[in-house]
Design a protein around this ligand. Sequence first.
Ligand SMILES: O=P(O)(O)OC[C@H]1O[C@H](OP(=O)(O)OP(=O)(O)O)[C@H](O)[C@@H]1O
Ligand SMILES: O=c1cc[nH]c(=O)[nH]1
Length: 179
Amino acid sequence: MSQKVLLNAKEVNIILHRLACQLIEKHTDFSNTVLIGLQPRGVFLANRIASILKDDYRVNNVKLGYLDITFYRDDFRRSEKPLEANTTKIDFLVEDKNIIFIDDVLYTGRSIRAALTAIQSFGRPNEIELLTLIDRRFSRHLPIQPDYRGRQVDVINSEKVVVNWKEHDKEDSVYLIEK
Ligand SMILES: O=P(O)(O)OC[C@H]1O[C@H](OP(=O)(O)OP(=O)(O)O)[C@H](O)[C@@H]1O
Ligand SMILES: O=c1cc[nH]c(=O)[nH]1
């Protein structure tokens, strides 16, 4: 198995700050905007973005939730193993809110499609945007694109992008791995 570093910790940090600033540019004080990290791995990115907004840019109003999409995926019946759901935690109203979905990688777009279905159970948002650290270009199965992207990469199908977070994986990094 070969692997190549796409982003190191310093580059990840710079990108996270840029994404936070782009969010502030559009959503100002977040009075009608909420962040929703997609389980499982979008949650790490969502936590980071929320912390940067609060600690580095003094946005005090940030609401953060987590959304599990396991049983909303269009392929969940095809799974050979029993599926285990993750926690959904949304302790605020989404009705008429501006939602920002946050996930680490955007590939086919099927996870985001599932999230769009799952969130409907919580109400009717005003709008939904998507923030992703890595946008795998030319690989979409659905017409879904990010509004805020950390890095766009060209990846062939035999390769996988792996995003690591220091609080879970010992380092912040993004690797391209030959499967
Ligand atoms: O745009 P998509 O094709 O849905 O892929 C993106 C998803 O893939 C990863 O999750 P995970 O590793 O759980 O999913 P995977 O098994 O599809 O790679 C990643 O955390 C995204 O949520
Ligand atoms: O390369 C990919 C594709 C989907 N999900 C990932 O985490 N990486």
